[in-house]
Design a protein around this ligand. Structure first.
Ligand SMILES: [Zn+2]
Length: 293
């Protein structure tokens, strides 16, 4: 099955392909994708080429993608060409997983959430599920694209291989950084959605804390496999949309976009930076390098 089997959408920054009958959903995701891309190019030097696929369950199966439809979204890289896959609707797995965590939150937080979102329905469950629509979900594309931009620009180790990622005590930072970019993007472009996602974050964090097994940052890499597999992935949702979201909101109030700029600048894998860093501890390293380079 090739790109030609799908409907095609061209846009300023990305190419889109979608399953027949899903043009409405594809437009929502393409729109979010274009906004995400135009936000991220201000921070990064190299621009990846991105193809966005918005697929129904059948096409997802036919392509034999490495993740289940309900698990999506994810990306695959081919040097600087990236394919980002999104399910054509909000996965039930996400809605239900997040609902389970949020539903266990204290009542005053649930009331705060209900008074903020636009739905009339006062029942928490139906309001929560209605609120979690494709418009809200589509914005998570900023997170996926941030991974892609970091990888293209050699910034922060991405999930290159399981064995490397799982042994990194800094593994949490890779995901946290993408959530930070996601939140910072929302603050700049869609304040209503920033509030909405932040409230979900508070519900998820407070409600989920007694329900999940792992809560420390260092456990995120060490037990990543468990975190993804256990109880329908709820521990992963708790980290990503609970803990990391709250951490991002707090740091974003202090540093805003400067955190993105500084991290990208300081954490880029570049020879010059590497040599300068070593020179600080090894006085003759720089001259040795000049001789042999
Ligand atoms: Zn991620």
């Amino acid at each position: 099955m090739q790109s030609g089997d799908f409907e095609n959408l061209k846009s300023e920054f990305i190419s889109g392909y979608y399953s027949k009958g899903y043009s409405k959903q594809a437009k929502i995701l393409m729109d979010a994708g274009n906004k995400a891309y135009s936000y991220l190019i201000d921070f990064f030097q190299k621009k990846p080429q991105i193809e966005l696929f918005v697929l129904d369950g059948d096409d997802w199966e036919k392509l034999k993608l490495p993740q289940k439809y309900e698990h999506g979204p994810f990306f695959i890289s081919y040097n600087t060409l990236y394919k980002v896959y999104y399910p054509s609707n909000v996965p039930k797995f996400w809605r239900n997983g997040l609902f389970t965590l949020c539903n266990a939150a204290p009542q005053e937080l649930k009331d705060e959430f209900l008074s903020t979102i636009k739905y009339e329905d006062r029942d928490f469950k139906s309001s929560f599920l209605q609120n979690f629509d494709l418009n809200l979900f589509s914005l998570t594309i900023v997170h996926e694209f941030t991974h892609v931009f970091c990888e293209t620009n050699h910034i922060i180790p991405q999930i290159v291989s399981d064995s490397v990622f799982y042994s990194l005590d800094l593994a949490w930072f890779t995901e946290f950084f993408c959530q930070y970019a996601f939140y910072s993007f929302l603050k700049k472009n869609f304040d209503e959605y920033a509030k909405n996602w932040f409230l979900i974050g508070k519900l998820c964090y407070e409600g989920g804390k007694p329900l999940v097994r792992y809560t420390d940052l260092q456990h995120f890499g060490e037990h990543y496999k468990d975190i993804v597999m256990m109880s329908g992935g709820t521990n992963l949702f708790w980290y990503q949309f609970g803990k990391f979201m709250l951490m991002a909101e707090e740091l974003c109030r202090k540093y805003g976009e400067n955190f993105l700029k500084k991290t990208i600048d300081k954490m880029e894998y570049k020879e010059e930076k590497f040599v300068n860093t070593l020179q600080q501890s090894l006085p003759n390293f720089q001259s040795w390098f000049q001789k042999w380079k």
